[in-house]
Design a protein around this ligand. Structure first.
Ligand SMILES: Cc1cc2nc3c(=O)[nH]c(=O)nc-3n(C[C@H](O)[C@H](O)[C@H](O)COP(=O)(O)OP(=O)(O)OC[C@H]3O[C@@H](n4cnc5c(N)ncnc54)[C@H](O)[C@@H]3O)c2cc1C
Length: 500
C-alpha cells in the first residue's frame, strides 16, 4: 500500500510527487499520457512558486528556464494606461523577482525528470485512473486494463475535467464568468510592436510587461514568454466562430499590428473558454482535489497553476505529519478551509478584472477608463502579489500580527533563508527557546542583515513561527506559539475554544 497516490502528472501532480518524495513518503503517480502536454498553457508564475521549487529541491533545474519580468499594464480604449501593476523598484520579499515567464512543457519535463532521484516514487506513465473505492484503511484505485493499486490517501491532480472529481460526484461552484478567447503562441525574432500608448510610467518596459489592451474592438493580452516565445490572447467577439478564428489567415491578421516586419513563426492557435470554477468539496474521505481539478480561473493574472502548487504545499506537510502518526487525520480537514477562501479571493480578482477587460461597448469602455484612472490617481499602485491574501482560518494563530501572511525570505550572506534553515516548521526568535520538532533559529546568529528582526519589530513581536509552506503561523512569544501550534495540530484545541 502506497502512502499517497497522485492521479495526473501535470505540473501540480509532478510538483506533489517531488515534495512528497522528498519528505520520504511512498508515492504512486498515475499518468495517462507518456509525455507532458506539448503546447504551452501557463506562461507566468510568481515568486512564491520559485520558493516552493526551492522547497521541492528542483529550483536548480527550473530556474534557468525562467525569464524575470516586471508585472502587468492595462490599457484603455483610447490606448492610455488605466492600471499599472509594475514591480520595478518594489520590494522583493522572497529575494526572487516578483514575476517570471516560462514555458510550461519545459517546466513539466524538469519536474518529471527530477523524480528519478526518488526510489520511493513510482511513476506509472500510460496508465489512467478509471475508478475508486474507499474503506477505513485507504483507497483502492482501478487503473487502465483493470489493474488495481492501494494507497492510504489520493490526491487528484487530473486537471479541469478530473475523472476523480466526477467519480466522487463533486460539483463545481460557478463564479459566473465564461468568455471565449483565442490563444496564440509564436517564436518572435525581435521586439513586439505596440500602438502609440500614453500614460505609460517611465520605468515600464513594454517588452517585459504583460500588456492588457482593454480595447472594446478586440480585448487582447500581449505576454512576453521566455526566450523568444511570445503569447497573445484575443477575445472572440459575438458571432465569431472558434474554428474560423484558428485558421492561419485569421491568426496572421490578428497578430499583424504587433508583428509587422518582425520575423516570427506561429507555434499554435487554440480557443479556450476562460471561466471561474471552484469545487464545492476538496476532500472526500481519503481523496483530495488539487490544481485544476479543484479550481479554474481566467488567466488574467497568470495564477491558475500557481494556485495548484499552493494547494500541494498546503497539503504536503499535513499529509506527512498524519502519515508519520504525529497528527490525527482531522488535521487534513483544514485543507479546504485554508485554501478555498484564498483561491476564491484571487479567482474573484481575476473574474472582476475579466469583467472590465471584456467590455465591448465603446461608451461603457470610456466610462470604465475614466473611473479607473480616477481611482488610480491618488492610490499607490499595487502589484499582482498584493492580490494574494493571508490565510484566514485553520492552523494559524489568528489575531496575532502577521498570522497567515507569507513569510519573507531574506538573503543570508549569499544564500537564501530557506536553504540555510532547511524546510519544516521554524521558529525565529530573539530569545533562546526549546523547540522540540520545530527548528529554532536564534536571530543573533542569523546573518540576514537584520531583515527578520525588522519584520518582527514592525509587528511588535519577539518571535515568529513559520509553517513548512512558508505561511506565518503566528507571532508573539516562542513558547506560547509552540504550545498553541501543538494544540491546533493535535486537534485538541480549535480557535472557537480560544475565543470562548
Ligand atoms: C491559455 C491558458 C493560459 C494560462 N496561463 C497561466 C499562467 O500564466 N499562469 C498560471 O499559473 N496558470 C496558467 N494557466 C493555467 C495552467 O495551465 C493550469 O492551471 C495548470 O496546467 C493546471 O495543472 P494541473 O496539473 O492541475 O492540471 P493539468 O495541467 O491539466 O494536468 C493534468 C494531468 O492529469 C492527466 N490526467 C487526466 N486525466 C487522467 C486520468 N484519468 N488518469 C491519469 N492521468 C490523467 C493529464 O494527462 C495531465 O497530465 C493557463 C491556462 C490556459 C489554458
Amino acid at each position: 500500500m502506497f502512502d499517497v497516490a497522485i492521479i495526473g502528472c501535470g505540473p501540480v501532480g509532478a510538483f506533489a510527487a517531488n515534495l512528497l518524495g522528498k519528505s520520504g513518503l511512498s508515492v504512486l503517480v498515475v499518468e495517462k499520457d507518456a509525455h507532458p502536454y506539448p503546447l504551452p498553457r501557463a506562461v507566468h508564475l510568481d515568486h512564491e512558486m520559485m520558493r516552493l521549487f526551492q522547497s521541492a529541491g528542483v529550483i536548480d533545474r527550473v530556474a534557468p528556464g525562467m525569464r524575470d519580468t516586471e508585472g502587468h499594464l492595462h490599457v484603455g480604449a483610447d490606448h492610455g494606461v488605466i492600471r499599472y501593476m509594475g514591480t520595478v523598484g518594489r520590494p522583493r520579499p522572497f529575494s526572487w523577482s516578483n514575476d517570471y515567464f516560462f514555458y510550461q512543457p519545459e517546466l513539466e519535463d524538469h519536474l518529471r525528470d527530477a523524480l528519478e532521484v526518488y526510489s520511493n516514487v513510482a511513476l506509472r506513465l500510460g496508465s489512467a485512473f478509471e475508478g475508486l473505492e474507499q474503506d477505513a484503511e485507504g483507497v483502492t484505485l482501478t487503473l487502465t486494463g483493470g489493474e488495481t493499486a492501494r494507497a492510504r490517501y489520493v490526491i487528484a491532480c487530473d486537471g479541469s475535467r478530473s475523472a476523480v472529481r466526477k467519480a466522487l460526484g463533486i460539483a463545481l461552484d460557478d463564479l459566473d464568468f465564461e468568455e471565449p478567447w483565442l490563444v496564440v503562441d509564436a517564436e518572435v525574432d525581435g521586439p513586439v510592436r505596440f500602438p502609440d500608448l500614453w500614460g505609460v510610467p517611465e520605468v515600464a518596459d513594454l517588452q517585459k510587461l504583460s500588456v492588457m489592451m482593454c480595447d472594446p474592438r478586440r480585448p487582447t493580452t500581449v505576454v512576453p514568454g521566455r526566450g523568444n516565445h511570445r503569447r497573445w490572447e484575443f477575445m472572440l467577439l459575438p458571432g465569431e466562430d472558434d474554428q474560423a478564428m484558428m485558421e492561419p489567415q485569421a491568426v496572421a491578421t490578428l497578430v499583424e499590428p504587433y508583428l509587422a516586419q518582425v520575423p516570427h513563426r506561429i507555434v499554435r492557435a487554440a480557443t479556450y473558454r476562460f471561466h471561474g470554477l471552484i469545487a464545492e468539496r476538496w476532500r472526500l474521505g481519503g481523496v483530495f482535489l488539487a490544481g485544476d481539478a479543484a479550481h479554474q480561473t481566467p488567466p488574467f493574472f497568470g495564477q491558475g497553476m500557481c494556485h495548484g502548487l499552493r494547494d500541494i504545499a498546503n497539503l504536503a506537510w499535513k499529509l506527512t505529519l498524519v502519515i508519520a502518526g504525529k497528527a490525527p487525520d482531522a488535521l487534513l480537514d483544514s485543507y479546504q478551509p485554508e485554501r478555498d477562501p484564498h483561491v476564491r479571493a484571487v479567482i474573484s480578482a481575476a473574474v472582476n478584472a475579466g469583467r472590465y477587460i471584456c467590455v465591448l461597448d465603446p461608451d461603457a469602455a470610456a466610462e470604465r477608463d475614466s473611473a479607473m484612472r480616477e481611482a488610480a490617481r491618488d492610490a499607490e499602485h499595487g502589484t499582482a502579489a498584493d492580490l494574494i491574501p493571508a490565510i484566514g482560518a485553520g492552523i494559524v494563530a489568528l489575531g496575532t500580527p502577521g498570522a497567515g501572511e507569507r513569510f519573507i525570505q531574506p538573503r543570508v550572506g549569499n544564500r537564501l533563508l530557506d536553504d540555510v534553515t532547511g524546510g519544516g516548521w521554524r521558529l525565529f526568535t530573539a530569545v533562546p527557546t526549546e523547540g522540540g520538532d520545530v527548528t529554532v533559529i536564534q536571530l543573533d546568529q542569523l546573518k540576514d542583515g537584520g531583515a527578520i528582526g525588522d519584520w518582527l519589530k514592525a509587528r511588535g513581536a519577539e518571535a515568529v513561527l513559520v509553517r513548512p509552506d512558508h505561511y506565518v503561523f503566528g507571532t508573539g512569544e516562542g513558547p506560547e506559539l509552540l504550545a498553541f501550534r501543538n494544540l491546533l495540530i493535535a486537534g485538541t484545541k480549535h480557535h472557537r475554544d480560544i475565543a470562548a
